[in-house]
Design a protein around this ligand. Structure first.
Ligand code: MN
Length: 318
């Protein structure tokens, strides 16, 4: 089933440092195992591409059949230093967190959880769900001034949708053609679902101070001269004023997800479900989870996730 988090039992430590990208490139997803044999397409972070703006994690999962069996089951687990963005194309998922939130999410809606200094949550396929689950899980790194702040959770069911020629652009994060998402983020960011019929070219006006990534959700397209399909992410460096998106033939509606932001200027250290700045912070957060010092997620039908062992090599910036 899909993941909404990093529940890899042996996660690798990944240092994220600001980098300069010289050209449009295409990165291929890594197949990430998420416990019960299910796999997701992990598009960020990559060794060659750590972040896009403050977007620091991107899993694309499904479409998965979830009418039989439990479907998605992501037990309670902790986060620090990030916001989680849950986005569905198909399916129905129930979010619970340690603030007491209990929120269903449907396609086209945004669940935005701000971890700040610490939060825990779970996500599960909900009763009455449709048979197919398909979505994205993204993380946004919080800047220094915000990363120790109070945790909070927001659900946005009424996002602006911009009709752009034959395309529909749902503004999940940031602003598009004057329409602004109500979602609260802490660095300049964009996040759009783009639905466009095959054969129709779309030119997205974009900010020159942003870099962008385009994910093929359920179609293929030429983006800025590069061909992408599900499992591939086109990365477009800052400095562009528009991005051309040409879906492959047929009139079928193809969907894409666009992320963007001002290149993130702070080094990051990511391990498991934590986004920090150094190994001491990671070690402390893990110890806090193991010792039960994170607040409790109530109501999840199962045990919380156990923290994996720290890697043998100390976590430190490279
Ligand atoms: Mn999570």
């Amino acid at each position: 089933m899909g993941t909404v988090s990093n529940i890899d039992p042996a996660p690798e430590a990944i240092n994220l440092k600001p980098g300069i990208v010289q050209a449009v490139d295409v990165v291929e997803a890594r197949k990430a195992s998420i416990g019960d044999g299910a796999e997701v397409r992990r598009l960020l972070p990559q060794r060659t591409l750590r972040t896009i703006g403050a977007w620091c994690f991107l899993d694309h999962y499904g479409p998965d059949e979830v009418s039989r069996g439990p479907g998605m089951r992501v037990p309670p687990h902790p986060h620090i230093g990030l916001q989680t963005v849950s986005w569905l194309f198909q399916g129905l998922v129930l979010h619970r967190d340690s603030l007491g939130s209990r929120q269903l999410i449907r396609p086209g809606e945004l669940n935005l959880m701000t971890a700040g200094g610490g939060i825990a949550h779970s996500e599960e396929s909900a009763a009455g769900r449709p048979p197919v689950l398909h979505g994205l899980q993204l993380w946004i790194a919080l800047p220094e001034a915000e990363r120790h702040g109070e945790p909070r959770f927001a659900h946005h069911a009424d996002l602006p949708v911009v009709r752009d020629g034959a395309a529909n652009v749902t503004v999940a994060i940031g602003e598009y053609r004057g329409e602004r998402s109500p979602a609260e983020v802490f660095s300049p960011l964009a996040g759009y679902e783009v639905a466009v019929p095959g054969g129709d070219d779309l030119v997205l006006p974009v900010r020159e101070d942003f870099e962008y990534g385009v994910v093929a959700v359920d179609g293929s397209a030429v983006v800025g001269g590069a061909l992408i399909a599900p499992g591939l992410l086109a990365h477009l460096p800052a400095g562009l004023s528009e991005i051309s998106l040409s879906p492959a033939g047929g009139r079928r509606l193809a969907r894409f997800f666009v992320i963007g932001g001002v290149p993130f200027g702070e080094p990051l250290l990511m391990w498991w479900n934590f986004v920090a700045r150094n190994g001491e912070e990671i070690t402390r957060a893990r110890e806090d989870w193991v010792a039960g010092r994170f607040p409790e997620v109530r109501g999840y039908p199962g045990s919380p996730l156990a923290a994996p062992p720290l890697p043998p090599v100390p976590l430190r910036p490279r």
